[in-house]
Design a protein around this ligand. Structure first.
Ligand SMILES: Cc1cc2nc3c(=O)[nH]c(=O)nc-3n(C[C@H](O)[C@H](O)[C@H](O)COP(=O)(O)OP(=O)(O)OC[C@H]3O[C@@H](n4cnc5c(N)ncnc54)[C@H](O)[C@@H]3O)c2cc1C
Length: 147
């Protein structure tokens, strides 16, 4: 059980969660991020799939000077072209994991089972696995409950 308060809690570390975390980190905004990295892509995508998005549009957060898919492919000698070479699923997954290790090292690989009201008003966001998940309201503080 984790009880530290946080300004921002990111539930899920897929492409969007990791991108948000990297951006908050760059801006110096305190946050915590939870979940197995790239799990949807590692476990629930068809084997051998190629991305429908082109290489240039498949980078996680970062501009041309950031840790883009292009840079990852160059580092690992993987053929890359922003438009002409389809991105393989395994390349994208490996890139996402490398991005997490490099830019989001504080990731907590745990499932969030709920967010407890801890401070000001909170509002219900969604039910996940029949559990109520609550997220911090603008003036409040979220208290993630993990296992
Ligand atoms: C077959 C297929 C092909 C696709 N191809 C492309 C493509 O080529 N290009 C493209 O841009 N998009 C593509 N998409 C869409 C893409 O999957 C999504 O846009 C993208 O993954 C969304 O990212 P996300 O981070 O929001 O969510 P996800 O990638 O789904 O990540 C959510 C994460 O949340 C975690 N999580 C869930 N519940 C909890 C919890 N309670 N606590 C902690 N963590 C939790 C999961 O483990 C998961 O890792 C495709 C989708 C499918 C199904």
């Amino acid at each position: 059980m984790v009880s530290e308060l946080t300004e921002v809690a990111i539930v899920g570390s897929g492409p969007f969660g990791l991108s948000l975390a990297a951006q908050l980190s760059e801006y110096g905004v305190p946050f915590r991020i939870f979940g197995p990295p790239m799990e949807s892509w590692r476990k629930h995508m068809p084997q051998g799939m190629r991305l429908k998005s082109d290489g240039f549009a498949s980078a996680l957060y970062g501009n041309e000077t950031g840790y883009t898919l292009k840079r990852y492919c160059a580092e690992h000698k993987i053929p890359y072209d922003g438009l002409r070479i389809p991105v393989q699923l395994e390349t994208f997954v490996a890139y996402g994991i490398a991005f997490q290790r490099k830019l989001v090292p504080t990731l907590e690989n745990k499932l969030v089972v709920g967010l407890k009201k801890a401070g000001f008003a909170s509002r219900r966001l969604s039910a996940h696995l029949n559990r109520i998940v609550r997220q911090r309201a603008p003036q409040g503080a979220a208290q993630p409950v993990t296992r």
